[in-house]
Ligand binder design. Structure first.
Ligand code: UTP
Length: 408
């Protein structure tokens, strides 16, 4: 793309400010900026906050979970089915680690955060330890694909290597990089993070399957016998990943997807809720939920929409291959985005100053006919590290790790 072509394109979308500092750049930087402009998906810019919600027609109903008491009664049966599938290499996993962890405010990938007190214990290490529990039972590690972003890939890969993959079988681990989307200010103007660099950020965890496919790893997974793949977030240090009971229960249910869920601890808990929408399994984010769904109770006093999701799902790979990922909505999320102003000065905002566009992994579930919500015990499997202190924080996760016998 030439300068003139870039200018015309930007003019059409009222974004010519991106070329304000073109004259200050060297030839390599100029080339790079023109390439970045050529790759912008301008269709995103017409999205507004809650755009999707304004357009969508919903008809919600509760979706019951496989509850703890039933899981206990059928535990042997579920575990056997799960162990068989894992032994036959039918199950892989994807760690979604492309996020920027802005709330934690740690300048390295979130998984490199040391949550130990008297010894080193990294978030990635906690997750690997949990997966090694399954590997010990099964006799081998399941394939693990780690999604990073352009911003944290190099740090993540070198961290795993320098720690010998925390004892996980390195031949079973692959890294792949997710795609990026431009960030805008509240007037819809794309931000520059430097004179020759557009502000790009990871496009949300919902792009994981297409990025995995592009990297050639869906074919590799299937070639090695996998029929199921789970995804999980980097921040829940207590979560069990591909534990045989969950795998077995999902496989036996006949559903194409399983979701680990827990009982909301109050109507106001900031957690997405699993339900049916127009007869299909669906997740409604806490900021999208209406008053009725938030507070309605059944005759026993239990919240009608009581099961919250934990970003730990198991999917049938052939259902993912048939799913229409292109139709997944983008969510517009307000964030603090560092940028350079019209004078070329670098600004690190203290409050949200713009929006990022993100696809969310759970949105694919509404394209499926079936999903099994599988209840977990909150105190044993849910300790997300989102903030430095307070709710879902380093502090609360440390307390829960200790409660579960993990030495810090
Ligand atoms: P969060 O929603 O907590 O986002 O991600 P985040 O970017 O990590 O953190 P904040 O909101 O800026 O504080 C949930 C999971 O999805 C992954 C994260 O790494 C985390 O495991 N994720 C998020 C991606 O893999 N890619 C993304 O673009 C966003």
């Amino acid at each position: 793309m030439t300068y003139e072509q870039a200018f015309e394109l930007l003019k059409k979308h009222s974004q010519t400010h991106l070329l304000s500092f073109y004259g200050d750049l060297n030839d390599r930087e100029k080339r790079s900026l023109l390439d970045q402009i050529a790759s912008i998906d301008f269709s995103l810019l017409s999205l507004k906050k809650d755009d999707r919600e304004e357009k969508a027609k919903h008809s919600f109903l509760p979706l019951d979970a496989l509850r703890l008491d039933e899981i206990e009664q059928r535990r042997d049966e579920f575990e056997k089915a799960g162990m068989d599938a894992l032994r036959e290499d039918k199950v892989a996993a994807v760690l979604l680690a492309g996020g920027q962890g802005t709330r934690l405010g740690f300048d390295k990938p979130k998984g490199c955060f040391n949550i130990g007190l008297r010894r080193d214990l990294y978030i990635f290490e906690c997750l690997i330890n949990n997966m090694l529990d399954v590997a010990k039972l099964v006799g081998k590690c399941f394939p693990l694909y780690i999604m990073t972003s352009d911003k944290n890939n190099a740090d993540t890969v070198s961290f795993f290597k320098s720690h010998d993959f925390f004892g996980y079988d390195p031949s079973k681990v692959r890294f792949f990089v997710q795609e990026m989307a431009p960030s805008v200010d509240f007037n819809g103007k794309i931000l520059l993070e430097d004179k020759g660099r557009i502000s790009l950020s990871p496009n949300g965890n919902g792009g994981w399957f297409s990025s995995l496919q592009k990297a050639g790893y869906v074919d590799e997974m299937k070639g090695n016998g996998a029929e199921w793949v789970s995804i999980f977030a980097v921040d829940n240090v207590l979560q069990r990943i591909n534990d045989p009971a969950f795998v077995g229960a999902t496989l036996k249910s006949g559903a194409v997807c399983g979701a680990k869920v827990l009982r909301k601890n109050s109507p106001d808990e900031k957690i997405g809720v699993i339900c049916l929408d127009n007869g299909r399994p669906s997740i409604v984010e806490y900021y999208e939920i209406n008053e009725e769904m938030r507070t309605l109770r059944d005759e026993t006093g239990e919240l009608l929409y009581s099961f919250g999701v934990t970003l730990n799902y198991l999917f049938k790979i052939d259902a993912l291959e048939k799913a229409d990922f292109a139709s997944m909505p983008y969510h517009v999320v307000e964030k603090k985005i560092p940028y350079i102003n019209e004078k070329g000065e670098y600004i690190k905002p203290e409050n949200p100053n713009g929006c990022k566009f993100e696809r969310l992994a759970f949105d694919i579930i509404r394209t499926f006919d079936s999903c099994l919500p599988f209840e977990i015990v909150r105190q044993r499997e849910f300790a997300p590290v989102k903030n430095p202190t307070g709710v879902d924080s380093v502090e609360s996760a440390r307390a829960l790790l200790e409660l579960n016998g993990v030495a810090l």
